[in-house]
Design a protein around this ligand. Structure first.
Ligand code: HEC
Ligand code: HEC
Length: 201
């Protein structure tokens, strides 16, 4: 399953799940779920039951290799978001053939195997892929800075312990102490100023 997660970070816009993930078109922390639940009335229950089956297969049975979907991917899962959207209904590629749209809606023309959206996870290609690196958030940068300051302070203190000239000793002791104090300060500040994002649904 790890490779599927990795495939969301491929730096190539033709990978459909990767584009959805990286451009925030699906909630990041639920990316897999948004495309892999079935949006029918019992979708949630069904996918939870299937989740249990998965766990069973994982711990007790032998998982089938490579991982296969229980059913062929249903356009409904894409249409749940795309149906009615102008980008979907008016797209040139979708309207060139006057039958195409209705065949997509009837799941007769598969979005992910026919036509242009056929690069999905393609885990076999990940070896040669380049990946997108998410920029660090403000809090990550601050905590990293705090860590560096603390380490610098500790190093100065360690060196100072072996020093024998009294003034130098005092100077470096204070410098190390100041660096560490600053590190702790930045750390506390980063916690206090952390943005409080509303929880995802
Ligand atoms: C944009 C929608 C989308 C997202 C997001 C997405 N997937 Fe998929 N996934 C698909 C489609 C479509 C297929 C079917 C591919 C096919 O039929 O060739 C698929 C197939 C799979 C398969 C089966 C492969 C096979 O050969 O049968 C697995 C396993 C899988 N996805 C896991 C994941 C995991 C794990 C995540 C999150 C890290 C994820 N998917 C996110 C759309 C998505
Ligand atoms: C949870 C909602 C959601 C699901 C499920 C979903 N998409 Fe999307 N998708 C979006 C949004 C939002 C956009 C951006 C707006 C737009 O282009 O209409 C988008 C954009 C796209 C684009 C344009 C990407 C680009 O490069 O700009 C394609 C192609 C696409 N989706 C295909 C699919 C396919 C195929 C599936 C099913 C495997 C799917 N989507 C499932 C929400 C979703």
């Amino acid at each position: 399953m790890e490779d599927y997660g990795k495939s969301l970070r491929v730096d190539d816009r033709s990978f459909v799940p990767a584009t959805h993930f990286q451009y925030g078109l699906v909630p990041r922390d639920q990316a897999c779920y948004t495309c892999h639940t079935d949006y029918t009335m019992y979708g949630d229950v069904n996918s939870k039951l299937r989740g249990l089956k998965h766990l069973y297969a994982y711990y007790i049975g032998k998982p089938s290799q490579p991982i296969k979907l229980y059913r062929p991917y249903n356009n409904r899962e894409c249409l749940h978001c795309h149906l009615g959207a102008r980008s979907f209904e008016e797209s040139e590629a979708h309207t060139k053939d006057p039958q195409a749209l209705s065949r997509m809606k009837l799941n007769q023309l598969n979005c992910s195997t026919s036509g242009r959206h056929n690069i999905i996870h393609n885990v076999g290609q990940l070896k040669d892929a380049t990946f997108w690196k998410e920029p660090a958030t403000k809090i990550e940068r601050r905590i990293r800075l705090a860590g560096s300051l603390l380490i610098a302070g500790l190093l100065v203190e360690l060196v100072t312990l072996r020093w024998w000239r009294p003034t130098a000793f005092l100077f470096f002791l204070l410098l190390g102490g100041a660096l560490m104090a600053l590190g702790i300060g930045v750390y506390l500040l980063s916690l206090v100023s952390a943005e409080n994002k509303p929880p995802a649904e």
